[in-house]
Design a protein around this ligand. Sequence first.
Ligand code: HEC
Length: 191
Amino acid sequence: MKHSKFTLAALPLILLAGCASTPDTTALTDEARKTAGGLIQTLGGELKAAMTAGGPAQAIGVCKERAPKIAAEAAARTGMQIKRVSLKNRNPKGVPDAWEIEALAGLEKRLAAGEKPETLDTHSVVNTPDGKVFRYAKALVMQPVCVNCHGAAESLSPEVKAKLAAEYPDDKATGYTPGMIRGVLSIKKAL
Ligand code: HEC
């Protein structure tokens, strides 16, 4: 890293940014991106391993138990709140709030405009009664493997269908095809 000259030249800017009403979110965005990327990789790896070992009906446990645990571990490490939400949620707690609904709409538009799914994310700083909060959302885009559990309801295996019906009686998370946005990984941090 070359820094001495650059750092000195940037100092007044950094000081100014500190006084302005919008904080500099570069470092936070980097951290959120890294956290989200790590989570997606870990979860994807466990999902694939479980699918290979026992098929999709067995792998449902990875999404149900491991996803929240992996997110909680990352949250403890980073001080960020992390969850997955969707307009058509499976987990009853996976309902998006107003910021997440807007983020999803924006990401859908960018996907439709041809942006690459892997890098589709967005962030902002919002004012709340408790102060400023950094918000980040990364699109979770359907891959072929996801169709086993989120594809057209009539295409799911009888085992998967039965398990989902038993564990998620209000499931809305079917009917997706590869390339669609299934939901977002949503990260929050109080500033
Ligand atoms: C083996 C079945 C299975 C596969 C394969 C699967 N999911 Fe899921 N997915 C689930 C279950 C079960 C839940 C609910 C988890 C919970 O209780 O929080 C879920 C929840 C989600 C959620 C959280 C929002 C919600 O609806 O509750 C997202 C987003 C999601 N899945 C995306 C994906 C993506 C993207 C893929 C492919 C990379 C994928 N899933 C593959 C079973 C699966």
